[in-house]
Write a protein that binds this ligand. Structure first.
Ligand SMILES: Cc1ncc(COP(=O)(O)O)c(C=O)c1O
Length: 427
């Protein structure tokens, strides 16, 4: 098979900043912003947070950069990699930090060329995925005159339900590719068959959404197999990577990351900072190559300087700052070390599961372990808050996610409870 995507040749690096340096940068950015308390602001529809609940004269705020940003409440409406200098000037200081964050993610973590990507901090992975599909649907409409009934999203049966939302909202069709039960890999023969069927029905324009860490399994789709399939048929296709879960771990723990902007077929990527990065909720990151955001430019947003290109409209600048602060606080090496630590912990639990004879699926570079439902007594699963693949009828799997709060003792107790259950069921 020809080499479609380069392996991990990224020299990913960003320097760790000290707590003092981070604080200094954030306060400097806030000072560049307009201050609702100090300036004559009559026109802007926003303000700082409520002064009774969120007073700004607490002495600790001088040391608390994120909380100060939270209270100042900058609005980052728009896309600030695109509109440099054209966006809402009242918040230009913190918008610049957001642009820096987007560039760091696109260039250092996902190998994009310098200044070659746009993006923004969305409400979450759902919005970032929908934004991508919205862009490609409009592109096919605008450039090829495509009708909605000729456009299809192609994705694995293990994909997140946000893709179904995109299908529903954007009035296009989904081709759902079945996966192998044990490996969670897309079934190639079935994919070929479904594609041939779709072509027969008149679908001509395809949006591939591939998992870099599926929600339930952490599985990673075979990008080369799918790219070959669509290239061999000489089809119009664009690839979006749903790295909402895996985006802040897989690039750091894997030795061969094919899911980067070095792969010419990848146009956009979603990564959630409010998952692995432990940022506040409301920090889904959307990244896309330059030249694509224009397909969702809402010219009607005429009162927004630079207009709007995002799905959500107004959004929290403090959220973008939180993500920037976390990444700067670790530096690339510190973050890699943290993610390697999660994988090491996961391996320990896998070894214990092996010793206990409990079957499971786990992608080597992801922090998820998925166990057949029948292997874990329900009361034990509930005690440890394991998540089933469905709360409806006939669940098949339980999921364990190894995060920072999971300690060795907790994992040992879990295995012991599973093994002891037949002898001494939990009350
Ligand atoms: C792979 C994947 N994509 C998208 C999402 C949606 O993310 P959010 O809940 O931030 O909208 C999730 C959430 O679990 C996910 O795991």
């Amino acid at each position: 098979m020809k080499l479609l995507s380069k392996v991990n040749i990224l020299s990913m690096f960003w320097k760790r900043l000290t707590a003092e340096e981070i604080k200094h940068r954030v306060f400097a950015a806030l000072h560049e912003n307009m201050d609702y308390r100090k300036e004559c602001v009559l026109g802007l529809p926003g303000t700082h947070l409520d002064e009774i609940e969120f007073y700004d004269d607490a002495p600790f705020l001088e040391q608390a950069a994120f909380l100060s940003a939270f209270i100042a409440n900058p609005n980052h409406i728009g896309c600030h990699t695109l509109q440099e200098g054209q966006g809402e000037s009242a918040f230009k200081g913190t918008q610049k930090l957001e642009a820096e964050l987007i560039n760091l993610c696109a260039e250092e973590i996902f190998g994009g060329p310098r200044g070659g990507q746009d993006g923004y901090v969305a409400s979450g992975g759902t919005e970032a995925n929908i934004e991508a599909v919205w862009i490609y649907r409009n592109y096919y409409r605008e450039i090829f005159g495509a009708k909605d009934e000729q456009i299809a999203i192609v994705h694995s049966a293990d994909s997140h339900y946000s893709i179904s939302k995109a299908v529903n909202l954007l009035n296009i069709h989904a081709i759902i590719l079945p996966v192998e039960e044990q490996t969670r890999m897309i079934q190639e023969v079935e994919a070929k068959h479904l594609l041939a069927k779709a072509l027969g029905k008149g679908y001509k324009y395809f949006i591939l959404v591939l998992n870099l860490g599926s929600t339930m399994f952490g599985s990673v789709d075979d990008i080369d197999m799918l790219t070959t399939l669509f290239e061999e048929e000489d089809l119009q296709f664009r690839i979006h990577i749903d790295a909402a879960f895996g985006g802040f771990i897989y690039p750091f723990t894997s030795t061969k990351n094919k899911f980067t902007f070095l792969n010419k077929h990848i146009t956009s990527i979603s990564i959630d900072a409010h998952k692995l990065l432990q940022a506040p909720y409301g920090t889904g990151i959307f990244l896309i190559r330059k030249g694509w955001m224009q397909y969702v430019k809402t010219a009607e947003a005429s009162y927004v300087p630079g207009t709007d290109y995002t799905l959500c409209g107004s959004r929290s600048g403090a959220n973008a700052i939180a993500v920037w602060m976390i990444l700067m606080g670790y530096g690339s090496e510190g973050w890699k070390e943290k993610m390697d630590g999660l994988i090491a912990k996961k391996k320990t639990l896998c070894t214990e599961l092996d010793h206990a004879g409990i079957r499971y699926f786990s992608q080597p570079y992801m922090n998820i372990i998925t166990i057949p439902y029948s292997e874990i007594p329900e009361p034990v699963a509930h005690k440890y808050y394991l998540v089933p693949d469905t709360y409806g009828e006939s669940p098949m799997w339980w999921k364990i996610v190894i995060m920072g709060h999971v300690k060795s003792g907790m994992m040992e107790r879990f295995i012991k409870d599973v093994l002891d259950y037949d002898i001494e069921p939990l009350l």
